[in-house]
Design a protein around this ligand. Structure first.
Ligand code: NAI
Ligand code: MG
Length: 491
């Protein structure tokens, strides 16, 4: 519940001032009532004849039914991938492989509008985010890795880069199409074939990608896309003819996968959770930093593994930053994800809403000072107001554990040594942000923070040329850039 106190005329001005609704049209999208499995270039019914529904978390409406793949279906997909690997893909010259990957990239661009709307409907993220971030970045990943397909010898001079075989890829619900692109593009560029499983709450853009792949003329079986929940994922991981497992998702499932592949010849990369420190020094450009904090935790509902979910503010500017942050939170538009003005969309699922609500309760019970923006929430669907916890202690669960929601835990600090110690004192190490006017401070911190990605004076910026991945319980292996080729090659 909001405990908003109005703090002077600025807030009143913003809260009285409203945008008219500007919903993106969904007339142009095509969705089937039912989706089968994309195996060996064709749509195949699941052998168990089971389907499950995917919903729009903003309206709770059912969007479509998708197939629940069992072990036999997983086996068929892996066999198709194996046969395509042996017969066509591994033998094809890199420049020919590249042409297919470029074609997929262009087709994603051509269908960008449709893909963004479906991404927003199936997962709840704002249309602004899917239109401006997810879909363009998905296309650019395919473009980028298409360029490497015939240049692997230059990427690794004096080595003999060879593909691994069949890659089993399991992805989460926070960036459904983008994660599919992160996984499929480098695998194909390196000459591997793929069995990919999207998350059960957000399968639709991966199935649309299957349509694109079919239209692109990619040889049958090179990419197979199958749907299902954890059991289907486990069947991919455990299949004896899968050579490489690539997973993005929770640390718990990451642990299960690591155990499952131990003692086998399978290669594995895991991109797991995070609890990033966003660090604001007294000499930072405060307005930009406040925008960076908001971008880091509230946009995309905090459903970002690298979300800046822990804020560290240097004492001298703490009051100012918190005041400006509360002002900014008050202006955030929470609601219909298809509305182009919306900043914060719907929480991805009822379960995730429950997880976030529990953490908010834990935060309150732990004695932290609680603050939420005062916006109204839609009557239907899963929504959470942008939330702050102030005066939290380092050992508090809302500081130590990944919440994966729009909930920010704020701590203050005095010295660089203190903030490095606190920032590193968690099980995760995926990302961090540093805001300061001094280049020397940035370099001092980037060397000492145990995080795979560190942004300076910006946050959540992605580019296909730049590697991404974690330390500690955030997983291992890198995606993006030249580094992102390594998990798909033996050298
Ligand atoms: P999850 O890790 O269960 O799901 C991710 C993917 O793994 C899905 O495709 C799922 O079907 C699959 N999966 C589930 N069990 C599996 C198994 N035993 N073997 C193989 N694949 C399996 O994540 P969930 O339950 O949706 O979210 C729980 C928490 O995980 C979130 O609250 C968040 O903290 C974290 N998370 C982190 C993500 C990241 O990007 N690092 C993404 C999504 C969730
Ligand atoms: Mg859905």
């Amino acid at each position: 519940m909001a405990t908003q106190k109005k703090e002077g005329p600025r807030l009143d001005f913003f809260s009285d001032w409203k945008y008219s609704p500007a919903p993106e049209s969904k007339e142009h999208i095509r969705l089937n009532k039912k989706y089968d499995l994309f195996i060996n270039g064709k749509w195949q019914k699941p052998t168990g004849s089971k389907y499950f529904a995917t919903h729009n978390p903003a309206t709770e409406e059912k969007l479509a039914e998708v197939a629940d793949a069992g072990e036999k279906d997983v086996d068929a997909a892996v066999q198709a991938a194996r046969s395509a690997y042996e017969k066509t893909w591994r033998k094809m010259p890199g420049r020919e492989r590249g042409k297919y990957i470029y074609r997929i990239a262009r087709m994603i661009q051509e269908r960008a509008r449709e893909l963004s709307v479906i991404e927003t409907m199936d997962g709840g993220k704002s249309i602004r985010e899917s239109r401006d971030i997810d879909v363009p970045l998905a296309a650019s990943h395919f473009f980028y890795y298409a360029g490497w397909a015939d240049k692997l010898d230059y990427a690794f001079p004096n080595r003999k880069p060879t593909p691994l075989g069949v890659a089993g890829q399991i992805i989460p619900w926070n960036f459904p199409l983008l994660m599919a692109a992160w996984k499929i593009a480098p695998a194909l560029a390196c000459g591997n074939t793929v069995v990919l499983k999207p998350a059960e709450t957000t399968p639709l853009t991966a199935l649309k990608l299957a349509e694109i792949i079919q239209d692109s003329g990619l040889p049958d079986g090179v990419v197979n896309i199958i749907t299902g929940a954890g059991k289907t994922g486990a069947a991919i991981v455990n299949h004896p003819h899968v050579n490489k497992v690539a997973f993005t998702g929770s640390t718990d499932v990451g642990r299960i996968i690591q155990k499952a592949v131990a003692g086998t010849a399978k290669r594995v990369t895991l991109e797991l959770g995070g609890k990033a420190a966003n660090i604001i020094f007294e000499d930072a450009a405060i307005d930009q930093a406040v925008e960076g904090i908001v971008n880091g935790i509230y946009f995309n509902q905090g459903h970002v593994c690298c979300a800046g979910s822990r804020l560290f503010v240097q004492e001298g500017v703490a009051d100012l930053v918190i005041r400006k942050l509360k002002d900014r939170m008050e202006t955030l538009i929470v609601g219909d994800p298809l509305d182009k003005n919306t900043d914060v969309g719907a929480i991805n699922s009822k379960q995730q809403l429950q997880v976030i609500t529990n953490y908010i309760q834990i935060g309150k019970e732990g004695g932290a000072e609680f603050y939420q923006s005062s916006c109204e929430l839609p009557k239907k669907g899963y929504f959470v107001r942008p939330t702050l916890f102030l005066n939290v202690s380092q050992s508090h669960r809302i500081v130590q554990e990944e919440i994966f929601g729009p909930v920010l835990a704020v701590q203050t600090f005095r010295t660089i040594e203190e903030v490095i110690e606190k920032a590193n004192n968690i099980p995760y190490g995926l990302s961090a942000g540093v805001w300061t006017d001094k280049g020397s401070k940035i370099f001092n911190l980037t060397g000492k923070l145990r995080a795979g990605v560190i942004w300076a004076n910006t946050y959540n910026k992605f580019d296909p040329t730049s590697p991404f991945g974690g330390y500690k319980e955030s997983g291992f292996g890198r995606e993006g850039g030249v580094h992102g080729l390594l998990p798909y090659l033996s050298l």
